[in-house]
Design a protein around this ligand. Structure first.
Ligand code: ZN
Length: 272
């Protein structure tokens, strides 16, 4: 059965992979927070530049993480993530954008897609949902940052539709990995979120559960992302959800909620 597993990298970092991507020899990885050089509260493998951490540490952490999975950290393309539903098509000219500085990252973007080999797409997370996509037939990939806003705006669905229009991707051929992020056990939201959810999802009631506090609900971001992909024809059997909650496991992953916003970011990277 296809699943999410933790591996120990050659440069001393734990990182996650999806077995259905590995079976196709697609290099990818989800970093954990162990084995880096950043000081608290970014300890220790923070791979995002915009967090207040020292840039030099982040660059070293990126090298350590990427080396461990056989990716050149100088080639990664990153984005200035703003909880939008904006998707960028990454061309060969973009190689290395944002690898060394935040200012150079692709602005105002929360999903990256490409069909160019050798260009690693990398996005950053602390509780938000990383969605990685592989189209093995048209040879194209996507990386998505989906917090509640992106999830409700269906950025994962829009990303596959963008792969369809740009690369001829058929949703039914796509393999998807949903990486560690805040789970339905810990993610409590208020009416603002629920009202937006109701507008976008017919089956919204299946995605929430009443919390103990009045006017609060548990929101299942994982299921909401799977549902929006199934709506366009992605097969449920092609989606692997790690079912690892970053708030429950904040010693292993960064959690924005658990650590009150003062924390680092894990990275999700994928390359053709
Ligand atoms: Zn949890």
């Amino acid at each position: 059965m296809e699943r999410f597993i933790l591996n120990y990298g050659t440069s001393g970092q734990w990182y996650g992979t999806f077995t259905h991507f590995s079976a196709l020899a697609i290099k990818h990885g989800i970093s954990s927070r162990f084995g880096g050089v950043s000081k608290p509260p970014f300890h220790s493998l923070n791979v995002a530049l915009h967090t207040g951490d020292c840039d030099e540490s982040v660059i070293i952490n990126r090298q350590l993480f990427c080396q461990g999975i056989g990716i050149n950290s100088e080639h990664i393309v990153t984005a200035q993530q703003l909880h939008t539903d904006h998707i960028a098509v990454v061309t060969k000219e973009a190689k290395g954008r944002g690898a060394g500085s935040y200012e150079d990252a692709i602005p105002n973007t929360d999903a990256l897609i490409t069909n160019v080999p050798g260009i690693p797409l990398m996005l950053f997370f602390a509780d938000c949902v990383p969605v990685l996509i592989v189209d093995p037939l048209q040879r194209a990939i996507g990386a998505v940052h989906a917090g509640w806003r992106g999830t409700v705006e269906k950025i994962a669905q829009k990303t596959i539709l963008s792969m369809q229009s740009n690369f001829g991707t058929k949703p039914e051929n796509c393999l998807v990995g949903i990486a560690p992020s805040i789970g339905p056990c810990c993610y409590v939201v208020d009416e603002i979120v629920i009202n937006k959810l109701k507008k976008q999802f017919n089956n919204w009631e299946e995605l929430i559960k009443e919390a103990n506090e009045k006017g609060k609900w548990y929101f299942d971001l994982w299921k909401a992302n799977v549902r929006q992909l199934e709506e366009i024809g992605v097969k449920g059997s092609n989606v692997v959800t790690s079912e690892v909650c970053t708030a429950c496991n904040h010693e292993l992953f960064f959690s924005y909620r658990k650590e009150n916003g003062a924390t680092g970011r894990i990275g999700a990277v994928i390359v053709l």
